[in-house]
Design a protein around this ligand. Structure first.
Ligand SMILES: [Ca+2]
Ligand SMILES: [Ca+2]
Length: 288
């Protein structure tokens, strides 16, 4: 097979081309190198999910694209999440309109199949209004450099509660793209009991929105006294103030931090995730 003559030059020529090597050739190369549980490969994932904070009531299962201040570089490292990637997109990708418009950055993790707290690989990626989670080009599957194997998939967002699949998914280096529908009720998420996701009026499941104060005490939780206070703190303690831009405290994702008045973020927490109960607490079902 001609592919193997290419393999002769593997050591110097393949690494830069690694993400673009056709699957069959890559599998052949891996077979020639020999099995190794530590061999980094190219695993491709195309999940979809919904962010409850970007959900306009009565608008079906389509999210809003209302963050003109969304940065071109992934925000998660600076926000303190356990991720150090250098993912960068472009202003053009962020300016996409229609069903592929970008809502925001999300953080994906491949976790060890049995040691659920162990993050084997992580990637910041983009999520579209239709819920597709894509790479920084705005349409490709998300690529992980990790060994062939079975992993649970976790999805995190800067002001939503994270989720993780209950079952491990099989990934093959250079193999087919793994699809994962994280907004379907039938895709079971890990939980110690409480619902890991919020059921939206359209019948799909979203991440729980309203986590204005993150890294408070793990597990992450949503509560009005703490997350509502975070909004007020961002406004310098002035409840009538507003602040435009890309802020964690903008939990309804309309590019504005607001504590009182129409469309404010505090009432969004009370009405949406907490169902009108100011004493309710929602606890993240992501193991640490
Ligand atoms: Ca919180
Ligand atoms: Ca807002």
């Amino acid at each position: 097979m001609s592919g193997y003559s290419t393999a002769t030059g593997l050591a110097t020529t393949v690494p830069p081309q690694w993400p673009f090597t056709p699957g069959a050739l890559l599998d052949g190369l891996l077979a020639k190198i020999g099995p190794s549980s530590n061999t980094l490969g190219t695993l491709k994932l195309k999940p979809n999910a919904l962010l409850g904070g970007a959900f306009p009531l009565g608008a079906g299962c389509v999210m809003t694209d209302a963050l003109p201040s969304c940065p071109i570089a992934q925000p998660y490292t600076n926000l303190g999440f356990p991720h150090t990637g250098s993912e960068v997109t472009t202003a053009a990708v962020l300016a996409t309109v229609g069903s592929n418009a970008i809502v925001d950055w999300v953080l994906l993790e491949l976790r060890h199949a049995t040691d659920n707290c162990q993050i084997v690989a992580s990637r910041a990626a983009l999520i579209t209004v239709s819920g597709a989670i894509v790479d920084v080009d705005g349409f490709s599957p998300v690529v992980f450099n990790a060994p062939t194997g079975s992993y649970k998939v976790a999805l995190r967002h800067r002001n939503h509660l994270g989720i993780m699949t209950n079952s491990a998914l099989g990934f093959i280096s250079g193999g087919p793209v793994v699809n994962l529908n994280m907004s379907a009720a039938g895709t079971i998420m890990y939980s110690t009991g409480p619902p890991a996701r919020m059921t939206q009026p359209c019948g799909q499941m979203s991440l729980w929105p309203g986590n204005a104060r993150t890294f408070d005490v793990q597990p992450e939780k949503i509560s009005l006294p703490i997350d509502g206070q975070a909004i007020l703190d961002r406004l310098g303690g002035v409840p009538t103030a507003t602040l435009n831009g890309y802020y964690t405290e903008d939990v309804n994702m309309n590019n504005q931090v607001k504590y009182t008045g129409a469309g404010n973020d505090r009432d969004f927490i009370l009405v949406q995730p907490l169902g009108g109960n100011p004493g309710a607490v929602i606890i993240e079902q992501l193991p640490y």
